[in-house]
Each structure stands twice: as C-alpha cells, then as structure tokens.
Design a protein. Structure first.
Length: 290
C-alpha cells in the first residue's frame, strides 16, 4: 500500500553521477532490501557537484529548500555543506575519514547533533598500504605522500602514516594537493625527490580527478596505492581500504531508522567492517614492474 506522503531523501555528492554510480546502486540496493522502492515508496533528490566542491553549499541549500526528510552525504565536504545548511534536518554520512576530528559528531558512540552515519577511520590502513608498496617494490626507501591540508582528517592520517613509515624504516616526502593544478606539480616534485612510490591519503581533490592522478603516476613511472578502488577502475595500480559500496549500502539502514522515528543524536556512528585490496593487472607492465 502506497503511503499518503512519500518520504523525500536528498543525496548530496561532490562528484558526478557517473563517478559514483556503483555507490548509488549500492545505496539503492540497501533501501530496496529494507522495502523502499524509489518512485513508489520513497523519493530521492539527487544532487551532484560534478567534481566542484564549491558548488556543494548551493546544492545543500536546494535540498533544505525542498524540505527533504533526510540528507545523505557522500563525502566529508558534502557533510560539511549539509551541516552548514541545516541544523534540524537529519544528515546521514555514507563515509567520513574521521567524523570526530572533522567536527561532524561529538563522538562515535554519541553523535549528539543532527548527523550520524558511517566512518572509514581505521588507523592501521596506512601501515597496510605501506606494507603492500614494500611487497611490490622490495627496495622501497622513499615514499611521496599526497595529502590535502584543507581536509580536517589530513593531519591525523599523516601522523598514522609517519608512525607506520618509522616501523618500515621509510622516508616520507609530504606533498600538499589543494586543487587540480597541484596534482601534476606534486608528481614532478615526487620524481625530483627520487620517490620510489606514491601513497595517496584520503582527500576529495584526488577523488575528483582520479583518471588524471592514475595517468600521471604511470607517466612518472611511480607505483601508487590509493584509498579507493575507483582509482584502480580508472587505471591506477592498486588500492586498499574500506569498501565504499558496502558503506553506501549500510547507510540505507540509518535512513530506515530515522524515517521510523530514531534521532541521529542517538544512533552511534559505525566503522567499516569490509575492506578490499584491488589491483589493476595491466598497470604493472606500464611502469616496468614484474
């Protein structure tokens, strides 16, 4: 039986629809498993910033103007934009590298405001990524780390990477990537600094320009490891991290609970439970690896 008023969900992403298509399908699947069929029992307002984070505030304001029941944010910048747009509409994060450090929630156990959802924070990931690089490049001694100082979780991610590097006796060369033009500049600096490999910390600039990132890594002949499998799908060498599609699917459970009356402040933020290592078997030949 069709409800008298269909719930309206806003989905806010910094990327284009095509860039996050698998994640969208995972979210839809999660909703379907809980009995929500788009267009029949629920309405979804999709908003995409097309890789331009500065468009997010206006898109978030649009969703607030439409009086959606819940905003689902697909990344930390999207969560920030939604948070600035409303303090009353519930916000469900599909992923956030460190929602406490980002200021989205007071704590994982007790979010405390109108935001809850899922976190990708797992400090041991940096060590695992360096370990995988070392397996592929046995003589690994210097790693260029591409981060973005404007990301709230960047400092914590870098700190964890530095601790792991100490255990592996590796030198790190940190390079700040704040926008698209910095990507090529960073790869030139990595080559000039005689880096043996590249490790990309989670950041929206890299995520929005994955193909360019992967192409420059190959052009520079540098093995690179990423935080999302989408980089590998776009030509990158390898990735290790939380499964973003699994997180999007699980975000649907938060939507369901909130629509049934639960408050975001009372729903603990969950951490990742599914991790994936993905490798592009064509890429090693392109950079001279066996």
């Amino acid at each position: 039986q069709q409800p008298a008023k269909m719930p309206r969900i806003g989905y806010l992403s910094a990327n284009s629809r095509s860039a996050v298509l698998t994640r969208i399908e995972a979210f839809r699947q999660g909703l379907h498993e809980l009995g929500y069929v788009e267009g029949k029992y629920i309405v979804i307002e999709w908003r995409f910033a097309e890789g331009k984070p500065n468009r997010l505030p206006a898109l978030a304001a649009e969703l607030v103007h439409l009086k959606v029941d819940i905003i689902v944010s697909a990344s930390p910048p999207a969560t920030r934009a939604a948070k600035e747009a409303t303090s009353t509409i519930p916000i469900v994060m599909t992923q956030d590298s460190d929602p406490v450090a980002n200021g989205s929630v007071a704590s994982l156990a007790r979010p405390g405001g109108n935001i809850t959802g899922l976190s990708t924070f797992a400090p041991e990931l940096s060590g695992k990524r360096l370990e995988l690089l070392k397996e592929i490049v046995p003589k690994l001694s210097r790693v260029a780390v591409f981060g973005s100082s404007t990301e709230p979780a960047n400092a914590q991610l870098l700190k964890e990477t530095e601790l792991a590097a100490g255990a592996f006796k590796l030198q790190l060369q940190y390079l700040d990537v704040l926008d698209r033009k910095d990507i090529e500049r960073a790869f030139r600096a990595a080559s000039k600094g005689r880096a043996d490999a590249v490790l990309a910390l989670a950041n929206s600039v890299a995520a929005s320009h994955r193909t360019e990132f992967a192409e420059l890594a190959i052009k520079s002949q540098l093995p690179a490891i990423y935080f999302r499998s989408a980089f590998v799908e776009d030509g990158g060498l390898m990735s290790y991290g939380a499964s973003f599609t699994d997180l999007d699917r699980r975000a649907a459970t938060y939507v369901d609970k909130i629509l049934k009356g639960a408050k975001p402040a009372d729903l603990p933020v969950e951490q990742p439970t599914k991790f994936e290592f993905v490798m592009n078997l064509k890429a090693p030949r392109q950079i001279g690896l066996p």
